[in-house]
Design a protein around this ligand. Structure first.
Ligand SMILES: NC(=O)c1ccc[n+]([C@@H]2O[C@H](COP(=O)([O-])OP(=O)(O)OC[C@H]3O[C@@H](n4cnc5c(N)ncnc54)[C@H](OP(=O)(O)O)[C@@H]3O)[C@@H](O)[C@H]2O)c1
Length: 274
């Protein structure tokens, strides 16, 4: 697929993976719709893309993806300016990571579902009639390893990403006859502002080994590759495929290793107090 001139919506383009993805599409000469809440960041990125001399065009839409009216406005403004939607990258999202009982019912739990799940579903639903009419389109959903393997303190985030996984798989089988692709990408740890917003407090300091961490640009590059060659599922880096296999076939072993090496040391104080 030649990306030049294609209309690409990237949600969550104000930082991290979304920003890097939008920059990559700009480099390919696409018409890029940049959506998120922090509009000044989107405008700075739009300026950068416009000055790339690749023929890229931009549209900035300030949108809170937890609000249906903002999603509808984003789609309407895209159609008004560019007349079609070729690629929708559902990337906006965040995690709030803590023991379930410590997560705030609204600010942490409900809010994650509102953006990470409902935002993806509602945005896709608004874009779909346009793609069906075109008889073409590509929906790329930013999943996560958490959408395949559940880990402690990731309960809600993992539930959200499992929901995106199930949604995308079912949708892929619904829309294929219209010439619409649905691809899912499952990055492991990526160096972005994600951790800053997640509120992680870890005594064990257990985290993704540095060698396995991806940059936002590596994920952005992968998203552009997916646009050229749709794939139902793409786990990056590939080495995580091994943990997915372990989780499916040796679930008890993953349970034991996780509880002994992470949960118990992290919970130590609470267990002592009991
Ligand atoms: N970092 C990782 O390790 C990792 C791994 C796998 C998957 N992911 C996924 O990758 C995606 C991007 O995350 P990131 O790592 O790039 O984190 P990030 O740098 O914090 O970027 C998150 C983006 O989502 C946007 N966003 C959050 N809430 C929003 C809302 N209510 N409305 C509109 N936009 C909203 C933010 O924009 P505003 O705040 O300006 O609205 C920002 O642009 C997420 O779906 C995340 O779950 C991340």
């Amino acid at each position: 697929m030649d990306i030049r001139g294609k209309v690409v919506i990237v949600t969550g383009a104000s930082s991290g993976i979304g920003e890097a993805t939008a920059r990559r599409f700009g480099g390919e000469g696409a018409k890029v719709v940049l959506a998120a809440r922090r509009v000044e960041r989107l405008e700075a990125l739009a300026q950068e893309i416009n000055s790339m001399n690749t023929g890229a065009k931009t549209l900035v839409v300030q949108a809170d993806l937890s609000k249906l009216e903002d999603i509808q406005r984003m789609i309407n403004e895209t159609l008004e300016k560019f007349g079609r939607i070729d690629v929708l990258v559902n990337n906006a999202g965040f995690g709030r990571l803590d023991w379930l009982e410590k997560l705030d019912p609204l600010k942490d739990i409900q809010a994650q579902f509102d953006v990470n799940v409902m935002g993806v579903i509602q945005t896709t639903r608004q874009a779909l009639p346009v793609m069906i009419k075109q008889r073409s389109g590509h929906i790329i959903n930013m999943c996560s390893m958490a959408g395949l393997v559940g880990t402690p303190t990731y309960t809600i985030y993992s539930a959200c990403k499992h929901a995106v996984h199930g949604f995308s798989e079912a949708l892929r089988r619904e829309v294929e006859p219209w010439g619409i692709h649905v691809s899912m990408i499952y990055p492991g740890g990526v160096v972005t502002e994600f951790a800053q917003h997640a509120g992680i407090r870890r005594k064990t300091k257990a985290t993704t080994p540095k060698a396995l961490l991806l940059t936002a640009d590596q994920v952005g590059e992968a998203v552009v590759k997916l646009t050229r060659k749709p794939r139902a599922m793409w786990i990056i880096p590939w080495v995580w495929t091994f943990s997915v296999w372990m989780n499916r076939h040796l679930n008890w072993l993953v349970d034991r290793a996780t509880v002994n090496r992470f949960t118990i040391p992290e919970r130590e104080e609470e267990l002592k107090a009991d």
